[in-house]
Design a protein around this ligand. Structure first.
Ligand SMILES: [Zn+2]
Length: 419
C-alpha cells in the first residue's frame, strides 16, 4: 500500500499523455486515455494513476490528505508553454488599435513603435520592475492551466539589460507556482545603433553576452530570430554554435515571415526546437524529422499578426516531425496567455485533432524544453502537475469560457475554482 497526500478522484477521463516523447505521426494523438480514472500523489509526485478502483485499492490516504472530486471532468497534464517573451517593460497595446485601423508593422516601427519601443522601456527597467510587470502575466497563464513555461530575454540587446531580464526570470521561477525554463535571446533583433555594423553586434552577443550569461548560469537555452532582415542562417548558426560552447542548448525562431532557412539551421545544429515554421517546406521538415527537432507552432502569433495563414501542422505530423504548441506571449502580438486558446486555434486553424493538440501542449512541449523526465505526462514518479477540465476534453475548445476548473502544481491546488 502506497501513502498518498492528494487524490484526484474518479475523473470521467484521465488523459495521461504517457509514453515516449517527443512523439510524431500517428503517435501525436496518443493521449493515454483512462476512463473513470484517478491520480494520486505524495509530496508533489505521482504515486498512482489508473482506473479509479485500482488507484483507491493501491493507496492509503494519510491524515489531512486532499481529495479532489473530479467526477464529470477530465484530468490532463499541466500545460507546458515552450515559447514566451513574457518578461518585458512598457506597454504597446495602443499599437494594436493602430494596427487594426490599418497601420502596417513597418509604419508602426517607423514611428518608434514595435520591438524597438519595448527595448527602450526594458533597458530602463530594474530587475524588480521586470519581476513586478511579469507576475500578473504568469498568474493569468497559471489560471489557464500552464504549469511550466519557457521565457526568453531579448528586449535588452545590450549586456546589462539582457542579464537583468534573465535575473528577473530566475527570481520569478521561485516566486510563483509556474516553473520557468530560461532562454538567452540576445540575437532577437539588431539594435538601432548597430544597424550599420551588424558584425559588431554579433561579436557583442558571442564574445560578451554569452560568456556573461553562462558565467552566472542564467540560461538553459540560446535562441536566435533567423529571418529575412533580422539574422541570416549563417549568423544564426554562428550564434547557436557559440552558445553550445558555453553550455546553452540551441532553439530557433524560423520561417515565420518567409522561407528564410532557419529550419535548415535547426536540423544542422541539432536544435531541440524550431519555432513558428509558417513557411517551412517538405524537404526542411524531413531534415527536422531526421535530426529529431520538435516543430513548436504558435498559431496565436499568426492569428494576432493577421498573417492570413498558419504553419503546415498536418504536413509536419505526416512527415514524422513532432509538433508542440506555444502561446508566444509578448507585448506586440502575443495577446493570449492561454494554452487552451492556442489548442483551439491549432485545431480550427491548423486542422489538428484535439488529441494531437493536447500532446502538443503537454508531452511534446515538455520534450521541446528537455523536461519530459519531470513534466508533460501523468506517470508514476513525475511531478503531479495537472489540469482539471470542467467537462469532456472538447471543453478545451470553448474560447473564452472558464474551461479550466482546477490547476495543480507539485500536488498542490494553485489556481482555479477549487483554489
Ligand atoms: Zn518568439
Amino acid at each position: 500500500v502506497i501513502a498518498a497526500d492528494v487524490l484526484i478522484d474518479r475523473a470521467a477521463l484521465v488523459a495521461t499523455c504517457a509514453g515516449r516523447a517527443p512523439r510524431a505521426g500517428a503517435d501525436q494523438a496518443a493521449i493515454g486515455a483512462i476512463p473513470d480514472g484517478s491520480v494520486a500523489g505524495w509530496q508533489g509526485k505521482i504515486v498512482a494513476v489508473g482506473p479509479a478502483a485500482e488507484v483507491s485499492a493501491a493507496i492509503r490516504l494519510v491524515d489531512g490528505a486532499q481529495v479532489i472530486d473530479a467526477r464529470h471532468r477530465t484530468v490532463v497534464p499541466g500545460f507546458v508553454d515552450p515559447h514566451t517573451h513574457l518578461v518585458y517593460a512598457g506597454d504597446r497595446r495602443d499599437e494594436l488599435t493602430r494596427r487594426l485601423a490599418g497601420a502596417s508593422y513597418a509604419e508602426i516601427a517607423a514611428g518608434g513603435g514595435g520591438i524597438v519601443r519595448t527595448v527602450l522601456a526594458t533597458r530602463g527597467a530594474t530587475v524588480d520592475d521586470l519581476v513586478a510587470a511579469a507576475r500578473p502575466r504568469l498568474a493569468e497563464a497559471l489560471a489557464q492551466g500552464t504549469t511550466t513555461c519557457e521565457v526568453k530575454s531579448g528586449y535588452g540587446l545590450e549586456t546589462a539589460a539582457e542579464l537583468r531580464m534573465l535575473r528577473a526570470i530566475r527570481v520569478l521561477d521561485g516566486a510563483q507556482p509556474i516553473e520557468l525554463s530560461p532562454t538567452f535571446m540576445g540575437a532577437h533583433e539588431v539594435p538601432l545603433d548597430y544597424r550599420d555594423r551588424r558584425d559588431a553586434y554579433l561579436r557583442l552577443v558571442v564574445e560578451e553576452m554569452l560568456p556573461a550569461v553562462a558565467a552566472e548560469g542564467l540560461a538553459e537555452w540560446n535562441d536566435v530570430f533567423c529571418e529575412v532582415g533580422v539574422f541570416s542562417p549563417a549568423e544564426a548558426r554562428q550564434v547557436l554554435e557559440a552558445g553550445r560552447r558555453h553550455g546553452l542548448a540551441p532553439r530557433i525562431h524560423a520561417d515565420e515571415l518567409a522561407a528564410s532557412g532557419g529550419s535548415r539551421v535547426a536540423a544542422e545544429v541539432g536544435a531541440a526546437s524550431a519555432d513558428h515554421l509558417i513557411f517551412t517546406g517538405e524537404a526542411e521538415a524531413d531534415a527536422m524529422a531526421r535530426a529529431g527537432v520538435v516543430a513548436t507552432l504558435l498559431p496565436a502569433a499568426a492569428f494576432f499578426l493577421k498573417l492570413g495563414r498558419y504553419a503546415p501542422a498536418r504536413m509536419f505530423i505526416d512527415r514524422g516531425v513532432a509538433v508542440a504548441l506555444a502561446t508566444d506571449m509578448n507585448p506586440g502580438g502575443g495577446f493570449t496567455p492561454s494554452m487552451p486558446v492556442v489548442m483551439a486555434l491549432a485545431c480550427f486553424g491548423m486542422d489538428l485533432t484535439i488529441e494531437e493538440a493536447l500532446v502538443g501542449a503537454t508531452a511534446n512541449a515538455a520534450a521541446a524544453l528537455g523536461r519530459y523526465d519531470r513534466v508533460g505526462s501523468l506517470e508514476v514518479g513525475k511531478q503531479l502537475d495537472a489540469v482539471i477540465v470542467d467537462g469532456p476534453l472538447g471543453e478545451l475548445m470553448r474560447l473564452g469560457a472558464p474551461v479550466v476548473h482546477t490547476v495543480i502544481k507539485r500536488g498542490a491546488i494553485v489556481a482555479g475554482r477549487a483554489a
